[in-house]
Write a protein that binds this ligand. Structure first.
Ligand code: ITT
Length: 199
């Protein structure tokens, strides 16, 4: 069995990525299995830059193939914000409730048709030898004016997904994991990954 290190400090992401990777014959490890693992600064301007940086540094540190996800929410009314700043939209440390409260405040009184948004995700896989591959996914919806549901993480309680008439936080994990931006990116990556690990 081959090992892959998932480079995330976000427990919600780790849960989803582990579920999504489960069908592959892989041992999935988090970075907490590696003492002294450094904090990775994300100062890139795109999801791709950040995902590649996280995957590269993780592969270099651990000596294993690494997979990183950089993702976020783009709200059209806010010109694409919070985008790459989604995790720390309301400041340090990362706080999902504060982020959601800030988003609601900024969209106060904005009519439904202008509340369009999308989640984006770029998955990067890097080998210790320095080979890097990326794949991306996106998922379109609307930002509600109050939270609904308790599942998922991050902005899920505010993200209304029209195809199911529910927020991502109201969908069972296996349903979110079929349709989400992360699922789409990972589906594309899985094919690439299967080939890479065969070599
Ligand atoms: P790592 O960098 O350690 O993986 P992070 O949370 O800092 O963790 P990102 O920089 O990629 O990761 O920020 C992603 C943020 O975007 C995340 O914290 C959420 O606020 C939001 N987000 C991404 N995917 C999401 C999802 O499926 N549901 C809800 N919010 C999501």
């Amino acid at each position: 069995m081959r090992r892959i290190v998932v480079a995330t400090t976000n427990p919600g992401k780790l849960r989803e990525l582990s579920m999504l990777l489960a069908p592959l014959d892989l041992e999935v490890t988090g970075t907490d299995a590696y003492p002294g693992f450094p904090e990775i600064e994300e100062e890139g301007r795109t999801f791709e830059e950040n995902a590649v940086k996280k995957a590269r540094l993780t592969a270099a540190f651990t000596g294993e193939t690494a997979l990183a996800d950089d993702s976020g929410l783009e709200v059209d009314y806010l010109g694409g914000a919070p985008g790459v700043y989604s995790a720390r939209f309301a400041g340090e440390p990362r706080d999902d409730l504060a982020n959601n409260a800030k988003l609601l405040e900024l969209l106060k009184g904005v009519p439904w048709e202008k509340r369009t948004a999308r989640f984006r995700c770029v998955i990067a896989v890097a080998t210790p030898a320095g080979k890097v591959l990326t794949a991306e996914g996106a998922c379109a919806g609307y930002i509600l004016d109050q939270p609904r549901g308790t599942g998922g993480f991050g902005y899920d309680p505010l993200f209304y997904y029209p195809e199911y008439g529910k927020t991502f936080a109201e969908l069972p994990p296996e349903v979110k994991n079929r349709v989400s931006h992360r699922a789409q990116a990972l589906t594309k990556m899985k094919e690439i990954l299967a080939n890479l690990l065969k070599k």
